[in-house]
Design a protein around this ligand. Structure first.
Ligand SMILES: Nc1ncnc2c1ncn2[C@@H]1O[C@H](COP(=O)(O)OP(=O)(O)OP(=O)(O)O)[C@@H](O)[C@H]1O
Ligand SMILES: [Mg+2]
Length: 510
């Protein structure tokens, strides 16, 4: 080794193997992470990234292999052991309590005690301020979490981990929920952290981002590490090819399939929360064969709009029709049976029963229809056969349809939901972040499925934080800001940068 390449290792994982029933999630993994670096880990859905990070964080025990932290071998039994060794993990699903303050969330589980009894909130307050200032996180300890946007919530999660003394941070898909300017802010924070000697492990499917922020990138393919590369020596396409182990197909050109038949019509739709209009007088049509994209920073009313159309949230509207029939008084189940497919924003809260097998999840929300039901009875055989079809067509990587949904990797859970909601020829698909957490190959496959269904007449309402996806898939594009639809944008000509600034209201009134 030359002097320039000698860096102190913070994390060394050697020969790690982890088996689950029917799958080898990790097989002879070798990963060396230098202190003071941002080290990215990329790989297809189900490649074994989260499993490896859970092993490093003491949530799971490896069957074989050695872990060294700062040069010393360790054997973690619980996350508490990992925390004691200076390792912290920010999970993809935020784990903050909305109705509590930042201070309360941060000290939950690690309360500072004075004289062994009372919580010393004054001391905690002071330390949170200190950490926030030291790393430029800009966090107010007294803010309640529900008033914070996603970017801030993520910084609170990071602060929580730093508060527990972490010097090695694991971030599993931290940018999946962030829009571009929030990603930039996060990367600024990460740079500050590593410049002060912390080490960051970072998982993402967004390869351009990985190339921009990482000091080193390790590729995992089918459970094992296949390469560690310098971002300066590789392109996003090259990385994707390393991930799948072959050359990628080129994207096809697209032509419009929009018809003049209206599938969904919305006029004057408003949603009130505590007297405030979180959706304010929204009106639009979606035609058969059309994808209407809604662009907005998370929290500007898109979730409420979707829930109102699904009948999950009270709203007022002058008109709400599907194929010409008013659906305003229909229950959610009836709207689904009437032909609305729904890919929810939060797959764990609204999309899946994690403790149930895949085939039961196939039935969820579709329990009144073929092939899952015959008359009033659930058709087990029909549901099982159709689950096998979805697993096949959507490339859901699973040992079988009897495993619980919880056993699937995040991206494979998402593919199952997309396959289910595209089943039964829906009239309208409401897709919130349809490819969140799926790898680039699977994303292209889902886009193909959507385009094919659109060509056959499907209308789609698309919400996505991925601006390339919004621009690439949408036939029409509207911007939502503080509950109001404020602009129409032409997806054929707009750039992600222009769309990003329209979303934040930059140039408003100018
Ligand atoms: N608790 C579990 N029980 C059984 N199998 C599991 C469990 N956790 C993970 N697996 C399996 O291990 C493999 C690796 O999953 P993992 O979650 O590590 O993938 P990943 O690389 O993080 O994927 P994604 O990008 O989709 O999040 C998958 O085949 C998954 O189904
Ligand atoms: Mg994962």
């Amino acid at each position: 080794m030359t002097a320039a390449t000698v860096t102190e290792p913070a994390v060394e994982l050697d020969g790690i193997t982890k088996r689950f029933p029917g799958v080898v999630a990790n097989r002879d993994i070798h990963l060396h992470v230098a202190k003071g670096q941002i080290h990215a880990i990329v790989g297809e859905n189900g490649a074994g990234k989260s499993t490896l990070m859970k092993i490093l964080y003491g949530m799971q025990r490896p069957d074989e292999g050695e872990i060294r932290i700062n040069g010393s071998p360790v054997g973690f039994h619980t996350p508490a052991d990992a925390i004691a060794a200076g390792i912290g993990m920010v999970h993809q699903h935020f784990m903050l309590a909305d109705n509590l303050t930042v201070l309360e969330n941060v000290v939950l589980g690690s309360e500072p005690r004075k004289g062994g009894i009372a919580l010393d909130f004054a001391a905690a307050h002071k330390r949170i301020k200190e950490i926030s200032d030291a790393y430029g996180l800009g966090i107010r300890p007294d803010a309640t979490v529900e008033e914070l946007g996603v970017g801030d919530r993520q910084r609170v999660e990071i602060l929580k981990v730093l508060y527990r003394g972490a010097r090695i941070l694991i971030l599993d898909e931290p940018t999946a929920v962030l829009v571009p300017h929030e990603v930039e802010e996060l990367f600024g924070n990460l740079r500050d952290l590593v410049s002060q000697g912390l080490t960051i492990l970072f998982i993402s499917h967004k390869l351009d981002e990985v190339l921009r922020v990482a000091d080193a990138i390790t590729v995992i393919r089918r459970g094992t590490t296949v390469a560690t590369v310098d971002p300066k020596d590789v392109t996003a396409r090259g990385l994707a090819e390393l991930m799948v182990g072959s050359e990628l197909p080129s994207p096809e050109t697209r032509e419009s399939t929009v018809t003049d038949v209206v599938a969904l019509s919305v006029r004057g739709l408003s949603v009130l929360t505590d007297g405030r209009a979180v959706v304010d007088d929204a009106s639009f049509d979606i035609h058969k064969g059309e994808v209407l994209g809604i662009a907005g920073v998370e929290g500007n009313g898109q979730a409420e709009l979707v829930e109102a159309i699904m009948g999950m949230r009270a709203c007022t509207a002058d008109l709400l029709t599907l194929n010409g029939a008013s659906i305003a008084d229909w229950s959610t189940l009836r709207r689904r049976a009437g032909g609305i497919g729904y890919i929810p924003e939060d797959r764990h809260r609204h999309g899946l029963l994690l403790e149930s097998p895949l085939w039961e999840n196939r039935v969820l929300g579709h329990q009144t229809r073929r092939p899952n039901a015959r008359g009033i009875w659930i058709d087990r055989a029909g549901a099982r056969a159709d689950t096998r079809r979805i697993v096949e067509e959507y490339d859901v990587r699973t040992p079988g349809i009897d495993v619980d949904a919880a056993a699937l990797s995040g991206g494979n859970q998402q593919k199952l939901i997309v396959g289910r909601e595209m089943s039964g020829d829906p009239v309208l698909l409401i897709a919130s972040h349809p490819t969140r957490g799926v790898d680039v190959g699977a994303q292209a496959a889902i886009w193909d499925h959507l385009r094919r269904a659109r060509a056959a007449g499907l209308a789609v309402l698309l919400i996505s934080a991925d601006l390339d996806e919004l621009i690439g898939l949408s036939d029409s594009l509207k911007v939502i800001l503080r509950g109001r639809i404020v602009a129409d944008v032409d997806p054929a000509t707009v750039t992600p940068e222009q769309l990003g600034s329209a979303m934040t209201g930059a140039g408003e009134g100018a």
